[in-house]
Design a protein around this ligand. Structure first.
Ligand SMILES: Nc1ncnc2c1ncn2[C@@H]1O[C@H](COP(=O)(O)OP(=O)(O)OP(=O)(O)O)[C@@H](O)[C@H]1O
Ligand SMILES: [Mg+2]
Length: 470
């Protein structure tokens, strides 16, 4: 995972953040430089205007050379700027730095004179024909007296000096950007680990464990986001898996148990006959018991195969229009012997002589057979069975009632489970507990419903629905 999602995410965010900060820092630097130059220009302009008065006075002979030079020198030092004053033809008259004394009397401004005469400030970067040793940034400010252009004050700052204060600001901007990038990367690293990577790792670990058979493992995550939802869904999936696994084990143990008891009996009887422990005249009797056990085994295996075929959806329904009342009548006749033996009274109350439904004839016969079989099996001696039908909302409701002991409340929801028997001791010889699961699977496949009720006046009633056809 480290080489995957995490590094990709951190790399992407780092690139985005770095580019963003570089753009911001570059923009800030550029903006600050413009701002600084504008400020500087304004300041020099104001200073030049301020010096303009004494300069004009000097030109008119009102101030001594020493005084004006002192003033210019003072301003020059304060502004860290070299000041040169020329007359209206560009001839140097005053310099702030004695090193430039040799230029006094020389004409250093020619091409800019036109603009200056119009009262415009001229900006220049260069060395003025090697007057200056290093490139300088110069503002040439024209000075007028009573509206007439009289002199030019040139304020020159070496480009290096001018940019000196900017360096500190650039340093602050760029180091802040670097720090912000590093800090943002750290935050991304920390939170993506905490919010995304660690939870995903945990889910992955648990998935691994579940895959290895530890189906009771769960993800312990409580966050209110998509990862939390993923963990929740994952745990639900693990719950289902655990349930399936539990059912599988339970089913296996039930099947083994159900198969073992008849096999043990068969082995006992045949062993007894072979060893001669069972007397010759009883052999037939024990063989008939063996036959019964084999029949039971056969039924068990057939029921299991049916159930698994229905549940896996392999068994396709072969639907046709069938007469339900006819199937019920025929099925009751099949149980005639047992009914007579137990002295049961059977009532069949159809609300219509012929009730039609489009279903799989064999499957629905199996449903009715299993339900009547239960009714006959669990009804009390000399009891009463009633099979009734009624129509409701395009459906036919078929109810099979028998009097006898009610199914205990706590068992009601389990009777549909495979191998579930309420009274295990009493029914163990004749039942497998597969009848109702088969009934329910068949009806589910028909998209129909079945439920059971303990009647108030005693007895149990199973009711199922079928779609009605005319
Ligand atoms: N009509 C009924 N009256 C009382 N209890 C019933 C009735 N039908 C089913 N039961 C209870 O529900 C349990 C499950 O029924 P189911 O038909 O699945 O199994 P079974 O009848 O025991 O075995 P099998 O049908 O496989 O021979 C029964 O063991 C019984 O305890
Ligand atoms: Mg049954």
């Amino acid at each position: 995972m480290k080489k995957g999602l995490f590094s990709k995410m951190v790399a992407t965010y780092t690139v985005i953040i770095t580019i963003s900060f570089i753009i911001i820092a570059a923009f800030l630097s550029f903006w600050f430089q413009s701002y600084y130059f504008a400020q500087k220009e304004q300041q020099l302009k104001e200073e030049a205007q301020f010096l303009g008065g004494p300069v004009i006075q000097f030109f008119r002979g009102g101030i001594s050379t020493a005084d004006i030079i002192q003033t210019i020198e003072a301003r020059s030092k304060y502004l860290k700027t070299n000041i040169i004053v020329t007359d209206d033809y560009g001839y140097v008259r005053l310099v702030s730095n004695p090193d430039y004394d040799k230029f006094i009397g020389q004409q250093i401004l020619t091409s800019d004179l036109d603009s200056l005469r119009k009262g415009l400030i001229v900006k220049r970067v260069g060395d003025y024909g090697q007057i200056f040793k290093v490139p300088v940034h110069t503002y040439e400010v024209p000075i007028a007296y009573h509206g007439v252009y009289k002199a030019v004050i040139m304020m020159s700052t070496s480009v290096t000096d001018l940019k000196e204060p900017l360096k500190d600001v650039y340093e602050i901007i760029w180091s802040s950007a670097l720090f912000a990038i590093a800090f943002a990367c750290f935050i991304i690293y920390y939170f993506s680990q905490k919010i995304l990577i660690k939870p995903l790792k945990e889910i992955n670990n648990v998935a691994d464990k579940i895959a290895k058979g530890e189906v009771d493992k769960r993800v312990k995550l409580e966050s209110n986001d998509e990862i939390g939802e993923l963990a929740y869904s994952f745990n639900s999936m693990a719950d289902s898996l655990e349930k399936v696994e539990y059912n599988r084990r339970e089913f296996l143990s039930n099947v083994s148990h159900e198969i073992r008891s008849p096999i043990t009996s068969i082995r006992g009887f045949i062993g007894g006959i072979l060893d001669g422990v069972i007397p010759k005249d009883k052999e037939k009797y024990y063989l008939s018991l063996t036959y019964q056990e084999i029949e039971r085994l056969t039924r068990l295996v057939n029921d299991l195969l049916d159930l698994s075929a229905i549940e896996s959806g392999k068994l396709k329904l072969n639907t046709e229009k069938v007469n339900i009342s006819e199937i019920i009548r025929l099925t009751v006749i099949k149980f005639e012997t047992k009914i007579m033996e137990k002295g049961i009274k059977v009532d069949v109350c159809f609300n219509d002589e012929n009730i039609y439904s489009v279903v799989d004839r064999d499957r629905i016969t199996q449903v009715i057979t299993n339900l009547i079989d239960n009714a006959v099996k669990y009804v009390i001696e000399g009891g009463y069975i009633r099979i009734s039908t009624r129509f409701k909302g395009g459906k036919v409701y078929i109810s099979i009632f028998n009097n006898g002991p009610a199914i205990p409340e706590e068992d009601l929801k389990y009777i549909w489970d495979r191998f579930y028997k309420v009274d295990k001791s009493r029914t163990s010889k004749v039942s497998t507990g597969l009848g109702l699961p088969i009934v329910r699977s068949i009806l589910t496949q028909h998209e129909e419903d079945i439920w059971v009720e303990n009647k108030k006046n005693g007895g149990v009633e199973f009711t199922f629905t079928l779609g009605r056809a005319n």
